[in-house]
Each structure stands twice: as structure tokens, then as C-alpha cells.
Write a protein that binds this ligand. Sequence first.
Ligand SMILES: [Zn+2]
Length: 328
Amino acid sequence: MFVPLTALERILQIIGHTYVPSGESYLMTQCPVAGINHSDGQDRRPSCSLGHTDRPTRFKCFTCGFDASIHEVAFMYYRKRVITPEEYLEIDTICKKSYDSNINLEDLEQKLKANPEPTSVLLDESELDLYEKSVTPWLLNRNPEPEINITMETCKKWGIRYSKDEKMVVIPVYDQEGLRGITTRNTQSSGSKYLSSKGFRNHHFLFGMNHFADVCSLPTKGGIILVEGQFDVMYMHQLGYTNTLGLFSANITTQQVKILERFEKPLTFFLDNDKAGQKGLERARCMISKHIDVYVVRYPDSIPEKADPKRLSSDTINELLTNSEYVV
Ligand SMILES: [Zn+2]
């Protein structure tokens, strides 16, 4: 009833997880459903344990309580097109060599469908009063870093605040109804980069809905531009791309797909130029309904890896969007 470490390493490699050993019989790896179940949609610590000696080999997440066998996780990734059918079969073969799994696919389908509903709670605007309105200290300190290529006017427009004590930039998240959550971005090198206010499930929302206009004066092939980060959204709007919305990470969720499909507009994915961004594209392409046209921005080799919209000039962005590729 166990999968030896070498075989487990191969499985984790296939599903794109890393791990750190935890005692003699366990290792810690990323939670497979962090994007759906964790408040920040991530699992940096990581918080999911996996046994690799004489313990039953299951994913058990200490953050959200997720509990599933390797088979179930592999099948989930296969369904989400994170892994190919061939990769799924390889994992299946490795598991069969190690133990006999009897997986009930109907149960699994049910589990996958059971996504928590978005919170209907609106935050009171006064929650923002905890933070100072002025972002000047942050803007001045961060300059001339290109990633804060946003102006004071943009900060004001988006209601950005600054917490001097915690050294955090505070970004409110609105939808058409009102204030949904508050995210903070750590400006120091240690600690989590982004945090969300309690109970706010950012993956149920898209950033920028309060300033979104689906008619944009600038030419784009796709009706709605999707970027990963909040600063990318603000920067795109600053340039005039008011048809931009943000995902909060590279991985689009079913809840975000639902919101987007309601617009019945083509989508242009302008994710970061890194592995997460590229994997996110694959995932998005499979999750979005066939009747919605999808375009993707491909970065040429001349653009450094890890580049993202907020680090690019207006001309470069214009060129990339003009050359965005239609994907079937
Ligand atoms: Zn979890």
C-alpha cells in the first residue's frame, strides 16, 4: 500500500509539484486544490502531506482538509488538462505497480463538481480606513523600479492605500456590487507577497470589474484582455486598455470562467512570460467554452523571461496584442 520515493518523485514531476521531506515517512507538497480552496488561491508553504514509506499514500492538506489518493489527484489534473492522457496513464502504471487502486469515477466527478459558492458578503468601505490614503512613501521608495510604472493618478483611481507599519500596499477589490475584499502586497522581500482579507476568495472574482469597459479605443483582437496581477490591470488601464481584467494568478478558475462567459466576448490572454503563465494558458484554453474566441499573447525571444505586462512599454504591449494568436 505505498509508492516508493523514487516513483513518487516521478509522479510529482509529472503533475508539476515540488516537495520538501517531512520526517522519515512523509513529504510536503503543494495542495492540488489550493486554487479553489485556499483563501489566497495558493499554497506556498506547502501544506499538503504525502506518505512515502509504509503509510497509505494520500494527499492530505492541513490548510483546507483536502484528502485524496494519487489516482484521484492525477485524474483531476487530467480532467483539467494540466497533464496529458499519456501522463495520466504513466501515473496509473506507476501506482498499479505499487498498489492496487480501485477508483470510483462517479464519486470523483461529484467531488470535482462540488465547488464552494462565492461569498455574497460585501465589505464595508470603512474597513479601508485602517490604512492611510497616501501611497507617496511607497511610490517614492519603489521608484525607479519598472513594475511600479503606475502614476499617482492611477493609485488614486483604484483606491490604493499604504500601510506604513506593515509596509504593505493595500489594494481594494470591487465588483459591480461593491467592495468584495482587500488584498495587500508586501513591499519587503520576506513573507508572503500577497495576502487577502479574511474570507475573501479572490479566485471567485476578477480584478478590475469596477473600471472595466468592454469598449476600448485601442485596437485589440480579443474583446477582453486578461492579465495575472492587479498591478498589470492598473497599468493596462493607465495605457488606455480599459477592457482589461485580472485573474489574481496564472490559473483561471471555473468561477472566473463563468463570469467571463457572460460577456460573450472574445478573450485575449496576456499572462506572464514564465512557466506558470504558459501552463495557465493551456489550462484556460481547455476550460473556456468552444463558442468563445480565445487569443493568446506570445512573447518573442527578445523579451526576457518572467516579463509581464506591467514591465513593458506601451509600444511593446501594442505590438504584442496586435500579434496575438488565435487558438482553437
Ligand atoms: Zn488545501
